[in-house]
Design a protein around this ligand. Structure first.
Ligand SMILES: *[C@@H]1O[C@H](CO)[C@@H](O)[C@H](O)[C@H]1NC(C)=O
Ligand SMILES: *[C@@H]1O[C@H](CO)[C@@H](O)[C@H](O)[C@H]1NC(C)=O
Ligand SMILES: *[C@@H]1O[C@H](CO)[C@@H](O)[C@H](O)[C@H]1NC(C)=O
Ligand SMILES: *[C@@H]1O[C@H](CO)[C@@H](O)[C@H](O)[C@H]1NC(C)=O
Ligand SMILES: *[C@@H]1O[C@H](CO)[C@@H](O)[C@H](O)[C@H]1NC(C)=O
Ligand SMILES: *[C@@H]1O[C@H](CO)[C@@H](O)[C@H](O)[C@H]1NC(C)=O
Length: 390
């Protein structure tokens, strides 16, 4: 009766579709083939989509879930991505940023991904196909894009072919209580990259991976990273920034607090390019507080001559670094250098502060604090010898 009266009064098919009552809850089951179409349909039609414990969805085509509004994905089981390397290189979502691509785009407003289950990136085929030095991109498991009010919580992510998460062109995004694990032979498996996004929180998570634990890429602003346990990573890193000529990169208002870094290449790090044909930018108001280092190669790093040491004197970085705080950094390095604050000439770093830094050299010898072209302030400044402010 309802349908008939709508049609008679001249509603178009799309207007009719809009009045169909959305279902409250849907439950997915495995079909034996590609489950992506059913998963997509469910998120379009239902407010809560449950993948029950014991169910493994086979994702063999891209999951485009942008523009959702008020959807909870209750992932109790597993979402596992097909490991057809050639298929994904032609069929995934593409990004200009570092030529990246992904299996899954999630965006919209008021979207929650939760439930205690697992996202399995099934990355071994990529680890086998590309060696450690390969720069060929591989799929990212999850990209939050066009999100404004997104929560990802209480799930595990394993074996991403490349980065686990990218947050781009979004605001108000929270990750809470994730367990991220990449196999030892994985590479480039960053935990999170935050790019062109504002108000992002990454909280209470455990990460075992083979690249940055969290990286703040161009135009990451107002980001909080709190209570992370990172093992095997390349650190909590700002950048690299200022790499591409003509672009202006901003990273501002970042707090990283209560972080444990184990067996990592870096702890708290900021890296920016110098050189004749590079970009520019600003890194401002970055605070690293309460970092505990265990066997970390470079616990504290500013490198404003990133991959450009030879030309840095002639062409200093155009990415300025100011109002930086390293507060309460303790533990051990793997070698003798425990902190390295290396800036470009010409006052490109300003207001750099170190407080309550107690770092030991891993070899039992004297800890080395290196610096260049920087005036260091704070109650641990004297560790940096002639760079200390007077
Ligand atoms: C997943 O579905 C694809 C497409 O139907 C199929 O080729 C593949 O064998 C399935 N994978 C598994 C593990 O069932
Ligand atoms: C964190 O998530 C796991 C499932 O991955 C869950 O078992 C645990 O209860 C969650 N912890 C909190 C504090 O919510
Ligand atoms: C970052 O923001 C600046 C200033 O708004 C803009 O010029 C630049 O293009 C942005 N960069 C990216 C990668 O969006
Ligand atoms: C620095 O950033 C923090 C967030 O990380 C913010 O609370 C604070 O207001 C900022 N300070 C300034 C001076 O912008
Ligand atoms: C950084 O925080 C300060 C203080 O809250 C705020 O005024 C400023 O706009 C923030 N910067 C950005 C880029 O959001
Ligand atoms: C420092 O961080 C560790 C965990 O990373 C936490 O257990 C400890 O309570 C924090 N210390 C302070 C003073 O907040």
């Amino acid at each position: 009766m309802l349908v008939l009266s709508l049609l008679l009064s001249g509603f178009s098919a799309s207007a009719y579709a809009a009045v169909v009552v959305r279902q409250d809850a849907c439950t997915l089951s495995a079909s034996g083939g590609d489950d992506a179409p059913a998963f997509l349909e469910a998120t379009a039609a239902c407010a809560t989509v449950t993948i029950p414990a014991g169910t493994t969805l086979n994702i063999s085509s891209p999951l485009g879930m942008t523009g959702l509004n008020g959807v909870t994905i209750n992932l109790q089981g597993t979402v596992k991505f097909n490991d057809d390397v050639a298929y994904w290189s032609d069929n995934a979502f593409r990004y200009d940023f570092q030529d990246q691509y992904s299996f899954w785009e999630l965006g919209g407003t008021d979207v929650v991904l939760t439930g205690g289950g697992t996202l399995d990136g099934n990355g071994q085929a990529w680890y086998d196909a590309f060696d450690e030095d390969s720069t060929t991109p591989r799929p990212i498991i999850l990209v939050i894009t066009g999100g404004a009010g997104i929560r990802v919580e209480n799930i595990a992510m394993i074996d991403s072919p490349e980065w686990f998460n990218l947050i781009t062109d979004s605001s108000d995004v929270t990750f809470d209580n994730l367990t991220i694990t990449a196999s030892e032979n994985s590479h480039n498996t960053d935990g999170w990259n935050v790019y062109r996004s504002d108000t992002v929180s990454i909280l209470n998570s455990v990460i075992i991976n083979g690249d940055d634990c969290v990286a703040f890429k161009p135009n990451a602003t107002n980001v909080l990273v709190s209570n992370l346990d990172c093992t095997g990573s390349h650190g909590i890193s700002v950048g690299s920034l200022g790499q591409y000529a003509g672009l202006y990169d901003i990273v501002e208002n970042v707090t990283a607090i209560d972080i444990v870094m184990k067996d990592a290449q870096n702890g708290a790090r900021i890296k920016a390019w110098a050189g004749s044909d590079v970009g520019s930018g600003i890194v401002r108001n970055i605070t690293f507080t309460n970092f505990t280092m265990e066997n970390v190669d470079n616990p504290i790093v500013i490198d404003q001559c990133y991959f450009s040491e030879d030309v840095c004197d002639e062409y200093p970085s155009n990415t300025y670094i100011e109002n930086i705080y390293f507060n309460g950094v303790t533990g051990t390095a793997s070698g003798s250098t425990v902190a390295s604050l290396m800036c470009s000439p010409d006052n490109r770093c300003s207001n750099i502060n170190v407080n309550d830094v107690t770092l030991q050299a891993g070899d039992g010898g004297d800890a080395k604090f290196e610096c260049q072209n920087v005036v260091v302030a704070g109650n641990s400044a004297t560790l940096f010898g002639e760079c200390a402010s007077t």
